[in-house]
Design a protein around this ligand. Sequence first.
Ligand code: UDP
Length: 493
Amino acid sequence: MASNQPHFVFMPFMAQGHLIPLMDIAKLFAEHNALVTIIATPSSLVRSGPTINLAIESGLPIHILQVRFPSTEAGLPEGCESADTIHSPILLKNFYTAVAMMQQPVEKLFAELKPPPNCIIYDRNFTWIVDIASKFQIPRISFDGKNCFTLLCSHALNISKVHENVSETEPFVVPGLPDRIEFTKGQLPSNFNPGNSSTMNEVVQKILAAEGGGYGVLLNTFEELEAEYVKTYRKVQDRKIWCVGPASLCNKENSDKAKRGNKSSIDENQCLEWLDSQAPNSVIYACFGSLNKLTAPQLIELGSALEATNRPFIWVLRGADGKDEMEKWFLEDGFEERTRGRGLLIRGWAPQVLILSHPAVGGFLTHCGWNSTLEGICAGLPMITWPLFSEQFFNEKLVVQVLKIGVGVGAKAAGLQFWDEGDSELLMKREDIKKAVDMVMDEGEEGQERRKKSRQLADMAKKALERGGSSYLNISLLIEDIKQQATSNLITA
Ligand code: UDP
């Protein structure tokens, strides 16, 4: 190891939408010749270990340390070690108890780390990193899996509180944004709707309190994508902001893309062969991230919409898939038979980035999780947007209204699709889903314009991470910054 090689410790959180991008960012830092240590739980390493191992085999300076996730001690069922395995809102509290219990073993690891780290890049859910950073005098940078558009909207709402004086369904304008952006209260994340989820609200408060005093925040976005929002957000913040994405672009080979995030439920070659047999830009890829638990009636509406489009599709199934009602619909009611050859069903984990980057894919039906959205942008794809919960309605606005590369299915409010309960009032109808898909896949002038814009953004995304690009430079500057601070010891942890 070169003596001037700064040492970064990465601490990714146990949720796919947090784990995957931070693992990718760790690789990007190692590619910039920083020494990287990743501290992760065994289940995170089962999922993301294979891609990290490929990076290590290729010679990148990455080390892995394991820390146990104490699920049973915290009252969680055995094996419940990541957000997607929490099946009831009641268990959220236990999950965060287990997260708190990780502090001591992680502190022990820090005491033994050689060479001593120069910087900790941690998921903001690990609020106790503040104590560790302070004890060992290491600068800390939090990782926030959102974009500047979302962060600026949240900031504007926190300051103005406009959402507090309206009903659930009454649209209001978010003040102080570069564009005129409207939401209803029902579309906002739960921390803006107190009473919806008290555990998460407590967590969010703790996270916000812990963010003061850190050295800055790392974001998986790129400056050119949302330049006005990055600029305005920087103005209202007193912390440093580094846009270092899109992280997924560090996966250049098919082997990296196929192994990313989890073991795929479909054979990589089978998936590619199926895609190879389809015409360019013809396939709709429908996937709703790692957490959704769409109900059987909702899955049936969605499947019926895909069938009615008469287009080829890949549908990644989660939620009620496997329940008797769904099996009956797939088999006895004939959905599988009717769509055979035209529809590819993936039950479980899809190699999403591999699929999105195939030229046969022509549109992405997405829940607007930020990682998925950014991966769609990197693939140059127009999107059909169907936000479900969390900050997904913010991402939808960015895609549809600011970037103009998507069409919404018309989702009205954030719901309980996170849990098994569903919400019949929020059921999206097949006609509305089909209409949005048809608009995005349409070859007319409007559709072509959307496709052209999507491709331009994909080019910009690639350039951002190439040598000399904005994210490339931001990573270099941050590493240089930490190197200098380490020598002059100027940063307070
Ligand atoms: N993902 C995947 N295959 C799946 C489901 C999800 O590769 O079957 C990946 C996806 O590429 C993204 C992440 O998991 O990187 C999901 O993060 P996102 O922010 O989109 O949504 P969340 O799962 O947090 O709702």
